[in-house]
Design a protein around this ligand. Structure first.
Ligand SMILES: NC(=O)C1=CN([C@@H]2O[C@H](COP(=O)(O)OP(=O)(O)OC[C@H]3O[C@@H](n4cnc5c(N)ncnc54)[C@H](OP(=O)(O)O)[C@@H]3O)[C@@H](O)[C@H]2O)C=CC1
Ligand SMILES: O=C(O)[C@@H]1CCC=N1
Length: 258
């Protein structure tokens, strides 16, 4: 497939590198206005360009990874040069209906919400499309399965997916950072603390994914009666650990709905 990614920033680059490293037979182009920062991607066989329309008529899939306020400019620029192309938009907060109207109904539109772990084929990508665009949607799902897990969701949950799945990367990293800081306080050098905290989070996530049981059942396997885990966990809860996370996620959701 020829894949044309418009918006070579944090997410666009993660998708481009992920596709280059974890999928086969795709030709990837990535664009942004100032290309200096992403020129190195050409070493991975990715075409880097500041021209959004060059060869866009050859694309099988166009992926939009621009900010919401950049969408009109980009669509006005590319629409006259394409016909009946699948457009996958990762632009947060912009609905299928709005996108379909902007594209004058002429292109199958799919909404995607990946996260930057796409770079390492570990994204949780949520995907929505209308019944009418099912074939295009399934195409996009197969592609994003190379970059981790692709889950089809109802569009009304797309904002929630953005918060849980995309912003979630940052929340998880903040957990790792806090563990690392504690690790340094209790005796490890920074690098060792980071390695232990990161691998421990990865291991916990792997168990949750593989066993598909409630996390508390896995926690029960760790908490020796009268041991050190349960006192730590209870102290974290006294300090509002779960509550802080839930409130943070709900605040992010409120913001995206604005
Ligand atoms: N970052 C993340 O983890 C996630 C982001 N998203 C969504 O993805 C979108 C992008 O986010 P993010 O990657 O963080 O943002 P960035 O600002 O990092 O990337 C946006 C890129 O778009 C480029 N751009 C702007 N205007 C144009 C244009 N006219 N033509 C081509 N490229 C253009 C910018 O580069 P230049 O100025 O050089 O043109 C910039 O590199 C947002 O809508 C965001 O909500 C969704 C999920 C996760
Ligand atoms: O912070 C943001 O608004 C974007 C959306 C999801 C991740 N980053």
């Amino acid at each position: 497939m020829n894949i044309h990614i418009i918006g070579g920033g944090n997410l666009g680059v993660a998708i481009a590198v992920g596709l280059a490293n974890y999928s086969k037979g795709n030709h990837i182009t990535i664009t942004r206005r100032n290309t200096a920062q992403i020129q190195h991607l050409s070493q991975n066989g990715i075409i880097v360009s500041s021209n959004n329309i060059e060869n866009i008529d050859q694309a099988d899939l166009i992926i939009l990874t621009i900010k919401p306020y950049q969408i009109d400019t980009v669509l006005n620029e590319i629409l006259p040069h394409i016909s009946n192309k699948i457009i996958a938009s990762a632009v947060s907060g912009v609905s299928l209906e709005t996108l379909q109207q902007k594209a004058i109904g002429a292109h199958p539109i799919v909404r995607i919400m990946p996260n930057i772990a796409a770079q390492f084929a570990e994204s949780a990508t949520c995907i929505s499309f209308s019944e009418q665009n099912k074939e295009a949607g399934e195409h996009v799902v197969s592609l994003f399965n190379y970059l981790g897990t692709a889950i089809v969701i109802e569009e009304k949950l797309m904002d929630a997916a953005t918060v849980l799945g995309a912003c979630g990367t940052a929340y998880a990293l903040r957990y790792i950072r806090a563990s690392m800081q504690a690790g340094i306080e209790i005796g490890f050098d920074a690098q060792t603390a980071l390695a232990i905290a990161s691998q421990t989070a990865k291991g916990a996530a792997k168990m949750a994914l593989e066993e598909k049981i409630h996390p508390e059942q896995l926690i029960d396997r760790v908490t020796t009666p009268q041991g050190c885990t349960i006192v730590g966990l209870n102290e974290m809860e006294h300090r509002g650990f779960s509550s802080a996370l839930i409130r943070g996620i709900k605040t992010s959701l409120q913001k995206i709905k604005e």
